[in-house]
Design a protein around this ligand. Structure first.
Ligand code: NAI
Length: 341
């Protein structure tokens, strides 16, 4: 079987990781093309990764006969348009989350994706491909926790990134704390429970940088959500974790409970020194989800070869953004928000 030829758009913070993974760690895939508006990033792709075709515009890349599939890692505002163009050109599509920023635009895009079932579409909810999350999911599906009653999720970025976030918050639209930080947690809630979110109530507070109030951004937020079967979900989202990158999930059921990464450990090392017993923590998402990013891309290539769609769908992307939008509305209006089914 010949390799699947992939073109990547976006070689920034995450695009670089995906590009290196495709070039070095994904059997059956070749990174044949790369697109970015930054010439130095294209130089990196050519020199470091041996990518033969580099483009300054996406439209040119998807016209290349040497591209079977695209990996979209551009800023979120470009996703829907780039997905639609790739689908129209007959390509398979892996797109980073979020699927898009506006619900109507996402709905239109999902329709086009669904009208082409022979082309594989996958969205970048990589936590579903993390070993610990898969282990927990199997337990839930086997009924080992009984019926779920509550799901609690923490997603907090390290304090080290907060100052630069404050600096650029006015200039670039993050979509708000919940769209930016909680979209993976929202997906986990839907994935573990198999249920949709019906009602949300969100709160937020800025303490370290009160100037974030002026740009309608949040340092720390929390939300209470009710699912369609009355299961409760609680989210904490933030940008100010002093100890590193804190992603933690708790599931409580009628027969037991479990926690994933209650302490966001970097590895199995404990340091015994003048500070006591110290457990080093993971510091950023590429470190914590290194294997998950590789596993999700392997699944994308396997789906293309086996002519099937992955378990994580465009619909999951749409539903995640619907919930994130409701959470932002709750912050803006200071009210409980219902999500129509
Ligand atoms: P970034 O700003 O670091 O990189 C953006 C890249 O897109 C740059 O290479 C830039 O040159 C390129 N670009 C910008 N406009 C373009 C255009 N018109 N045509 C072609 N290329 C263009 O962004 P980052 O942090 O890498 O995020 C990219 C996407 O990945 C976002 O949608 C973000 O939500 C998602 N993401 C997902 C994560 C996850 O946990 N799955 C983690 C971080 C980001």
């Amino acid at each position: 079987m010949s390799d699947i030829k992939l073109g990547i758009v976006g070689l920034g913070r995450l695009g670089r990781t995906h590009a290196m993974n495709i070039a070095n760690h994904i059997p059956g895939a070749t990174l044949t093309a790369a697109c970015s508006i930054a010439e130095e990033e294209l130089e990196f792709a050519r020199v470091e990764l041996g990518v033969e075709e580099t483009y300054l515009t996406y439209e040119e890349m998807v016209d290349s006969p040497n591209v079977d599939a695209v990996c979209i890692v551009s800023p979120s505002g470009f996703h829907t348009e780039q997905i639609r163009l790739a689908i129209e050109k007959g390509l398979h599509v892996f797109s980073e989350k979020p699927l898009g920023l506006e619900i109507e635009d996402i709905e239109k895009t999902v329709e086009i994706i669904n009208a082409h079932p022979e082309q594989v579409f996958q969205i970048g909810f990589m936590r579903r491909f993390d070993e610990s999350y898969q282990y927990a999911k199997e337990m839930v599906d086997n009924g080992e926790l009984g019926e779920l009653t509550l799901i609690r999720c923490y997603g907090i970025d390290p304090s080290s990134g907060l100052e630069s976030f404050v600096k650029f918050a006015g200039a670039s639209n993050s979509g708000g704390l919940f769209a930016d930080m909680s979209i993976h947690d929202i997906d986990l809630v839907r994935w573990f429970s198999g249920k949709e979110v019906k009602r949300v109530w969100a709160l937020g507070k800025n303490a370290a940088y009160p100037e974030l109030d002026e740009v309608n951004e949040l340092e720390t937020g929390a939300a209470m959500m009710q699912l369609e079967d009355k299961t409760i979900a609680m989210l904490v989202a933030g940008r100010n974790a002093a100890h590193g990158y804190h992603v933690e999930t708790e599931l409580i059921g009628t027969k037991g409970m479990l926690r994933i990464a209650a302490i966001p450990e970097k590895n199995l090392v404990s340091v015994f020194n003048e500070h006591g017993v110290v457990r080093p923590t993971s510091q950023h998402f590429p470190e914590r989800f290194k294997e998950a990013f590789i596993n999700e891309m392997k699944e994308f290539i396997t789906c293309i070869n086996e002519k099937r769609q992955p378990g994580v769908s465009a619909f999951d992307g749409l539903q995640g953004t619907k919930v994130a939008t409701a959470l932002q509305k709750s912050i803006d209006t200071n009210e409980i928000v219902d999500i129509p089914s």
